[in-house]
Design a protein around this ligand. Structure first.
Ligand code: ZN
Ligand code: ZN
Length: 332
């Protein structure tokens, strides 16, 4: 089956499968310029994804050897997984925002006993019980991750123009989904590659991963980044999952509303209780009932809950309650 299509202006979309993931695939974009091909993201790291990428390139009359560079929207493995393999096959450079570079290294690091213990303590501070910690550590141990040798060799800064032969891609730093998430604006085609920042249907994950309260306010960053994209004069968005976005500003506004509703709902659900981050997560609405979420699903939900909690604290609506761990929070 054909897994590549032209979206016009020398841009092709290639569906690269993500094994065992409900998202199904990452949409990798191949951008033609007189100097060769630039890929926006590279897809998941296994052979199945590699076959998807290389057959997609063949379907548009290219091969992986034609790739001159790979620009990554962010470090997540469904985006960065194959970048090293593409570089090995083509000599391409790999570029990523500097704020995601450390995250990439962490993701690639060995998950040894120390790492697991630190993760257990982190979850305990959020109020996760022993059984929940065990379930997560087991699930994490079964996860495969990306090798170190694929680290990007070019760092991108906000507003930088990446000069391609005859075209130029502007870097728009949009932290939130990850600290170093970027969108790429291709002005000559009135297109923005939105990565996982703005998706047509899915609500991007926004999380804080250090409990009980991380310094970084990921949700504030995400909302600011949505406002930034909303204010730019761009019509069409090409996200990494789902259909093209016809109205980038409108979709960004919809995502802002979604999070405002979630914040309000969470604030209401506190009542007069003093609750842990874990209990905050239990009280939020997810795509299925809390008890039915997998250990990894709960981990994602916990980080998302922490991001909303962190932001309510920043807005001075919720405060930590003094006392022993796990930390508890109450409405002000
Ligand atoms: Zn992502
Ligand atoms: Zn993604």
């Amino acid at each position: 089956m054909e897994n590549a299509l032209s979206v016009g202006d020398g841009i092709y979309q290639i569906q690269v499968p993500i094994t065992d993931n409900p998202l199904g695939h990452t949409l990798v974009y191949a951008l033609e310029s007189p100097g060769g091909l630039v890929l926006v993201d590279a897809g998941w790291h296994d052979d199945n994804a590699w076959n998807g990428l290389t057959s997609g390139l063949a379907a548009i009359g290219h091969s992986v050897a034609d790739v001159e560079g790979v620009v990554l929207t962010h470090f997540h493995p469904d985006h960065s997984g194959l970048c090293g393999r593409v570089r090995d096959a083509s000599g391409a450079w790999i570029a990523m925002h500097e704020a995601d570079h450390d995250q990439f290294a962490q993701m690639s690091a060995d998950r040894d006993a120390d790492w697991m213990n630190a993760e257990r303590q982190n979850m305990a501070r959020a109020g996760a019980d022993q059984a929940e910690q065990d379930a997560f550590v087991t699930a994490m141990g079964e996860e495969v991750h990306v090798g170190r040798d694929s680290a990007p060799d070019r760092l991108l800064a906000d507003d930088e123009s990446i000069a391609l032969t005859g075209r130029s891609l502007r870097v728009v730093h949009t932290p939130g989904h990850t600290p170093g998430h970027v969108c790429f604006h291709l002005a000559d085609a009135d297109v923005m590659f939105t990565g996982d920042h703005v998706l047509q249907k899915t609500t991007p994950h926004v999380g804080n991963f250090v409990y009980p309260l991380e310094e970084r306010d990921a949700l504030a960053q995400f909302l600011d980044s949505l406002r930034r994209v909303q204010s730019m004069n761009v019509t069409r968005g090409l996200g990494a999952h789902g259909l093209p976005i016809d109205d980038v500003a409108g979709r960004a506004a919809g995502l802002i509303d979604h999070h405002e509703e979630r914040l309000e709902h969470l604030h209401d659900n506190f009542g007069d209780d003093q609750i842990t981050v874990w209990q905050v997560a239990e009280r939020m609405k997810w795509y299925k009932p809390w008890a039915e979420l997998s250990p990894m699903g709960k981990h994602m939900a916990l980080s998302e809950a922490a991001a909303h909690l962190r932001h309510l604290v920043a807005r001075d609506l919720v405060a930590p309650v003094p006392g022993p761990e796990p930390a508890r929070f109450a409405r002000k």
